[in-house]
Design a protein around this ligand. Structure first.
Ligand SMILES: NC(=O)c1ccc[n+]([C@@H]2O[C@H](COP(=O)([O-])OP(=O)(O)OC[C@H]3O[C@@H](n4cnc5c(N)ncnc54)[C@H](OP(=O)(O)O)[C@@H]3O)[C@@H](O)[C@H]2O)c1
Length: 334
């Protein structure tokens, strides 16, 4: 497995990370046994970065990863690095009620995560959304205390804008910014990516398949459960969905010429954007994982990249990447 560095201060990780969110929440039901088998298969294939959030299924995802790590061969478990997001507040019905980045809350969140994961430290720890009521210096400063105490190894950020990234980096060393980046979500290229590059901060890119929309597997007649994020995502609605799936068909022609799948082309494109970018793929079955890992064998030359840009020009997607209430929480979109 190829590896990449998470920024100048972060660890070396596999070039593709496994995002485990969909194994517990947000994309409808998932099969627990298959999810554990997928994590094991990823570790076996050399994936060393597992991404989660303490709010994915209200701790379910961390407990799932804990179970998978405990039942993995020791050599694989020892290579695995776990990246955890915290701070999202939810109620028993799963509704979202804000973010909490106060230092006391950070120390509280980590104590529960360590217990659920069954580990003595977390490799990368980050607040999921910048808390508008708490200066980022205080939140990052609290994680830096956890680094000093050995409970956390590296400090990350999530969906932070360029100014916040600068302020965070002036407070403590930052390994990576986790943020949505794909063929149809290229907002980071204007200001955020130049800033992370200037500061030597890596990118863990999520939504590389735009939550399945540009995977080549999503069909317009797919029924989505009410608790599936995509049932409410602007890009998956009506005319927007039809338009976006037309872009996928344009991409499919290129994929066929390359002897690759659409998902592999989308992931290979993200990999091609720079050595500082580590795509997190959201595979929750071994079949999808195998497909995603195949992207590492897809070489895109200049002509391929030009054809991809022509098929899916920057900014060509219809619809925002989150519903408006959630867009408002994105420091990266200010
Ligand atoms: N920091 C943040 O704000 C944030 C936000 C969202 C996610 N994340 C992290 O990033 C990770 C990845 O995000 P994501 O799940 O939205 O990304 P994604 O990889 O764009 O989407 C995953 C979806 O794509 C579908 N898919 C189809 N073919 C696939 C293939 N070959 N490999 C993988 N998935 C395929 C999956 O399908 P099926 O429906 O068939 O399973 C799943 O529904 C998450 O697991 C989470 O850890 C972070």
């Amino acid at each position: 497995m190829l590896s990449r560095a998470l920024g100048t201060v972060g660890p070396q990780v596999s070039a593709l990370g496994l995002g485990c969110m969909g194994m517990s929440a947000l994309y409808g039901d998932a099969d627990r046994g298959e999810a554990v088998a997928t994590i094991h298969a990823a570790l076996e294939a050399g994936v060393t970065l597992l991404d989660t959030g303490d709010f994915y299924g209200m701790g379910h995802n961390e407990m799932l990863i804990g179970e998978a790590l405990r039942s993995a061969p020791a050599a694989r478990r020892e290579q695995a690095l776990v990246s955890v997001k915290f701070g999202a507040l939810r109620d028993p019905e799963g509704r979202w009620s804000g973010y909490d980045g106060r230092p006391a809350a950070v120390h509280n969140f980590v104590a529960y995560s360590l217990q659920r994961l069954g580990v003595d430290h977390i490799d990368v720890y980050r607040i999921a959304r910048v808390d508008p009521d708490v200066p980022i210096e205080e939140t990052v400063g609290a994680i830096a205390e956890l680094v000093e105490k050995g409970y956390v190894r590296h400090i990350g950020l999530s969906e932070a804008g360029a100014d916040t990234v600068r302020r965070a980096a002036a407070t403590a060393p930052i390994s990576d910014l986790q943020i949505e980046y794909s063929l149809i979500s290229r907002g980071i290229e204007a200001e955020i990516l130049p800033t992370t590059r200037e500061l030597g901060i890596g990118i863990t890119a999520y939504g590389v398949l735009s939550r399945g929309l540009i995977s080549g597997h999503f069909t317009p007649d797919r029924q989505l459960a009410a608790n599936d994020f995509r049932a409410h995502s602007p890009r998956f609605q009506g005319d927007n969905l039809r338009h976006n799936l037309d872009l996928v068909e344009a991409l499919r022609k290129i994929a066929e010429q390359k002897g690759a799948s659409v998902a592999q082309i989308a992931i290979a494109w993200a990999l091609s954007r720079g050595e500082d970018i580590v795509p997190l793929v959201g595979a929750r079955t071994r079949e999808r994982l195998t497909e995603a890992l195949g992207a590492l064998d897809v070489a895109l030359d200049t002509a391929d990249l030009a054809a991809i840009e022509e098929a899916v020009p920057a900014g060509s997607a219809a619809g925002e990447r989150y519903p408006s209430a959630q867009m408002a929480h994105l420091d990266s979109e200010r």
